[in-house]
Design a protein around this ligand. Sequence first.
Ligand code: AMP
Length: 509
Amino acid sequence: MANLLYDALFAPHQGSERPFLHLEDGSVLSYGAFLKLAARIAHVLRDQRVAPGDRVAVQAKKSPEALALYAACIQAGAIFLPLNTAYTPNEVEYFIDNAEPRLVVCDGASRAALAPIAEKAGARLLTLNGDGGGTLTDEAARKPERFDTVPCRGDDLAAFLYTSGTTGRSKGAMLTQDNLLSNAKSLVEAWRFTKGDVLLHALPIFHTHGLFVAGNVILLAGGSMIFLPAFKTDEVIGWLPKATSMMGVPTFYTRLLDDPRFTKELASHMRLFTSGSAPLLAETHIAFEQRTGHRILERYGMTETNMTTSNPYEGERRAGTVGFPLPDVEIRVVDPETKKVLPQGEIGVLEVRGPNVFKGYWRMPEKTKEEFREDGFFITGDVVTIDKDGYVQIVGRAKDLIISGGFNIYPKEVELLLDEQEGVLESAVIGVPHPDFGESVVGVVVPKNGSVVEEEKLLSVIHDKIARFKQPKRIFSIDELPRNAMGKVQKQALRERFADTFRGPAGGN
Ligand code: AMP
């Protein structure tokens, strides 16, 4: 029996001298060398009694070895479980208790903190540092460079990715070999990736974007990656002339646009820039085109569904939209109350069905059931509308919906209005507790460089632009919106920070 994912992504490159990873220090790792490393690591996994279907939890800095550990897990039939490097040992304890991995791989610096946690869960522990050193690679160095690939079926699990979970506990999204492979195939085709591509990779590899969207697409196409540990503007500008394509989160693009060295000439040879994981402001999309002549291709997806929609490679890439469903993906927009499918143009919750959609949440059958409809559609929780040409526009998250005095307010609409105002760089709109209305609308704005945003003035300019119930009752200026590693605005943090706005003696409205 075959191992679908390994056979498609990795096996074709066995023994190849072609470059796979271009590293920060200028060295190049060939496909052949990468796969030998992965095979050696697969032997270590077997030595550690990692059997097919066992979880391998990994909290390691981005490195070729960390990526080879992913390949090794696939080759050995194990489930790869990458963890955000920012998680504290306390948070990691939850994932280890929940996932019950056979093996934990962590940075040497976290060893002392994680060893007792791993031991308690009956897991073994090896280390892997950012420079590729550690007990995992020490052991791997003594192993043979060939490993007999463990057979796997398409619906066997390949990875668990814990959702970012801004409310409640994180859930382990179970992704099958088919989920990953079908999506990689769709994206290679949709975005025209080939062997000739050199992808500038500055994303983390513990998340679906950097690991699967970027990594699997390049592996399937046989291209190579400029594999940078993190996004640093200087470095990215230095490497850009060697790349053909880049996948980024919106902050990559705003940072590049902030730098005068990022010019049309520097980007002229590029084939493709994509953006996702968080909304790309239409303003950034337009400024990017003015600067470089390139239209960023924005796409949308989530851990549970892989990629769902994409703007077209050929055809109009429309600012402020995430494009059309990928060919094998079905979508519909549903009224969250009545559960009825809404006609085109209305706002509702996006539901998705297709080979890209995950198998369920690990050991949470009830939660899984709640988030799937009986006919197999997954309820994304993203609030969207589809325009008359079929472009999907994300309006917000269902959980970010503000209900004030019984009226529903979609923050995105208010944010777009605030963003248009003079002196405003960007904004976030949240609901905070209010004694009368249940919740009330608060705007948080980041002023443009050198500007000051006056609350009274801003409130008066938007006064006649939207219905009164949607207007923020207060607007606060802050230096920077809190964002996670993927560039998503952390609305929960803002809700906590401004929770007392209408409470207590100084509150009221
Ligand atoms: P994650 O599971 O961490 O990838 O987060 C998925 C969520 O990110 C989605 O449910 C959306 O809310 C958001 N997201 C991803 N791509 C986009 C995009 N292009 N525009 C707006 N939101 C996005």
